[in-house]
Design a protein around this ligand. Structure first.
Ligand SMILES: [Zn+2]
Length: 319
């Protein structure tokens, strides 16, 4: 049976006054943080620019996410070469979004790109993707100048794929929609570390319901919780953290959001009114020591989530 696919589009509108994450690669640094034997997070500064990862086995290495353009993809490959004496043979994409995949084309053809089938299906409109992601470049119009090819994953999977790097297994999982329809988790079971892309951030950090809505997201999070014994998550953006509190928090926030927006719809609010009425709850708080731009971003993402939830619930009500 062929996998079912979703042909969706990211919400193009943003709430009034919205300011999204600054993902401009200018000045980006990636610092390796070892989390287990051969398992490294690449921690981006300043946050919330794109984090990444390198997983090293006895025969080959796998890179997690390709960076926002060729220059960053080359930086990632230099770091991977420094960390390991074996060749990079695999690249995993956690999402189709350009900030994670525009660097794909700068990896050699020998490097096999892996992701969910749904992520591959979502990679059709390069110009549209550059347009929408340019909103995150904060005026750096040159960031995507050399992005002319959107290299898609070579090998895809519906739910699960296991890769053997030699004495180091890596699991790729797709638990269902979250931030986007194809969210892919990269799990290193030996170290109990998972790269969660845009699917799951640190506890307290709002998601971005760009192509999703709370109910399916909760089902996907439940499936991840039941399936994986993760200790540490490396989100696509923002600080690393313990996995279980992050999953429980994300489920609780989605449930809260659903109820809060449902109440405003029942009260007769318009979308704009609901965005103003559903104030950020106390549970929305970035971890101690996080820079102030993350706290501001959290409020912006919350407003976007109210908008997305309002639209999802309004669409359900239509006959
Ligand atoms: Zn991203």
């Amino acid at each position: 049976m062929r996998p079912s696919v979703v042909h969706s589009r990211e919400i193009q509108d943003r709430p009034v006054g919205y300011a999204g994450p600054n993902l401009d690669p200018t000045g980006l640094t990636l610092t390796p943080e070892q989390l287990g034997r051969g398992v490294y997070a690449l921690v981006a500064a300043p946050p919330p620019k794109d984090n990444g990862g390198v997983i090293v086995g006895s025969r080959s290495a796998l890179v997690v996410d390709a960076g926002v353009n060729e220059e960053i993809a080359r930086l990632i490959q230099r770091i991977a070469t420094d960390l390991s004496s074996v060749p990079v043979r695999y690249l995993a994409n956690t999402t189709y979004h350009g900030d994670h995949t525009f660097g794909n084309a700068a990896f050699s053809d020998d490097v096999i790109i892996l992701s969910s089938y749904q992520n591959r299906v979502s990679m059709t409109d390069l110009e549209g993707e550059k347009r929408i992601r340019s909103g995150n470049m904060y005026g750096n119009d040159a960031a995507f100048r050399n992005v002319t090819v959107w290299r898609k994953p070579d090998i895809t999977f519906e739910r699960f794929l296991c890769v053997d790097l030699g004495d180091q297994e890596v699991e790729l999982w797709h638990f269902g929609p979250g931030n986007a329809p194809g969210d892919t988790i990269v799990y290193a079971p030996g170290a109990q570390v998972a790269w969660t892309g845009n699917f799951l951030g640190h506890a307290g950090v709002a998601p971005m319901l760009l192509e999703g809505s709370p109910e399916p997201y909760i089902r996907s999070l439940d499936a991840m919780k039941e399936t994986l014994d993760v200790e540490t998550i490396v989100p696509g953006h923002g600080p690393l953290g313990p996995a279980r509190p992050a999953i429980d928090w994300m489920i609780a926030y989605n449930q809260w959001l659903l109820e809060a927006v449902r109440k405003r719809i029942t009260a007769g609010d318009s979308e704009a009114e609901a965005i103003e009425q559903v104030a950020p709850p106390d549970m929305l708080s970035v971890p101690p020591g996080a820079p102030p731009q993350l706290a501001r971003l959290n409020v912006n993402m919350h407003r976007l989530d109210v908008m997305a939830t309002y639209r999802a619930l309004a669409a359900e009500r239509k006959p």
